[in-house]
Design a protein around this ligand. Structure first.
Ligand code: UT7
Length: 328
């Protein structure tokens, strides 16, 4: 059993930060950021809570799908920058959208989150006959977690939300969900800063390099190396299950972290870059939102059309990576 994306919606905060804006906080410049990452500008949440951005995207997705919120049976939220440790962002969005008959929970697989959530949605749809529609919502406010004194990370990230209403389909769907926890210390943000707040009276060192309170830490070089291998691997693991070759895919929708990572992945897969959707120039890395945002925008622009075969491939903190192949 496969899935069909019935409708999508996205929400982008109004505030835009250009590369030049960062020269006010850190020693950087537009040329370095463009050539090393491909990013030109990104959106920054101002007053908007993460759940609000997710709810707005979700309402648009429900309207696009042409269903009523009461028909949604499950809301799956994805976020690494939720407003709350608890409740789940999905519960808040369930209420805000009027999806009164839905169960709600979150999936945290970092930037691979949407692919994990899509696969989870498919499994629920397959095993629960009474379930008609699943609402998958990714929402992120990375700007609240990045360290604006760290030039190697703060320039990379952006905020926003994207959502999709999913239903069953008889078209094939294959996926691969993967994780390599040995890389957990390469990219993380603490919930509490042990060194500053808890002051553990022991010599225990958990191996996570210390960082300013609750701020995002990244070993960019190591994550880069991982990412260039993870994207092709995620594709092949999902594609091999159905005997699909790279040339069978109409559109690759990769996690939008760095255009050089995408170019290397394209080369390793033997696929021309014009088969890859790239939106990071305008939005930066929006973590779990990056894949559904790229998907949503490409559908709205008429680039991705019904009947085309898609490969969603993501990687992120964990270190997780995941691929999903299905027809739009
Ligand atoms: O979804 C999360 C997944 N995360 C990622 O995919 C990130 C993966 N990593 C990357 O995309 C890249 O490693 C970065 C964009 C983070 C860094 O690019 P890089 O080409 O690997 O640069 P680098 O770390 O090797 O740094 C080269 C130089 C260094 O200076 P020195 O030591 O050579 O003097 C850095 O200090 O560039 C310097 N640098 C900067 N210069 C100007 C680092 N950040 C900046 C900056 N502006 N913003």
């Amino acid at each position: 059993m496969g899935i069909k994306i019935l409708g999508m919606g996205c929400y982008l905060p109004e505030q835009t930060l250009t590369n030049d804006d960062f020269t006010r906080f850190v020693d950087t410049n537009d040329e370095w950021i463009r050539t090393r990452t491909g990013i030109v500008e990104r959106r920054m949440a101002g007053w908007e809570p993460t759940w609000y951005m997710g709810s707005e995207a979700a309402k648009k997705a429900i309207a696009k799908a042409g269903i009523s919120p009461e028909e949604v049976g499950l809301v799956i939220g994805c976020s690494v920058t939720s407003d709350f440790h608890t409740p789940s962002i999905a519960s808040v969005i369930q209420y805000e959208t009027g999806a009164v008959n839905a169960a709600a929970f979150d999936v945290n697989a970092a930037c691979s989150g949407f692919v994990y959530a899509l696969d989870t949605a498919r499994r629920f749809l397959e095993t629960d006959d009474s379930l008609k529609y699943v609402l998958v919502v990714a929402a992120e406010a990375l700007s609240r977690f990045v360290d604006f004194a760290d030039r190697s990370t703060c320039i990379l990230f952006g905020d926003g939300a994207a959502a999709a209403v999913i239903e069953k389909s008889d078209k094939p769907f294959t996926s691969a969900l993967c994780s390599d926890g040995s890389g957990a210390r390469l990219l993380y943000a603490r919930t509490v800063n042990i060194a500053e707040e808890v002051k553990l009276e022991s010599d225990f060192d958990d191996g996570f390099p210390e960082k300013r309170l609750h701020k995002l830490y990244q070993d960019g070089k190591e994550v880069y190396k991982f990412a260039t291998k993870a994207l092709p691997k995620a594709f092949h693991l999902a594609a091999d299950k159905a005997g699909i070759a790279p040339e069978d895919i109409d559109w690759f929708v990769p996690h939008q972290a760095n255009v050089r990572i995408i170019e290397t992945a394209a080369k390793n897969l033997g696929v021309p870059m014009d088969k890859f959707i790239v939106t990071l120039d305008h939005y930066g890395n929006t973590s779990s939102v990056s894949i559904p945002l790229a998907l949503c925008e490409s559908i709205e622009k008429g680039v991705i059309r019904r009947g085309q075969k898609l490969a969603l491939i993501g990687f992120g903190a964990g270190l997780t990576y995941a691929g999903a192949i299905f027809e739009y």
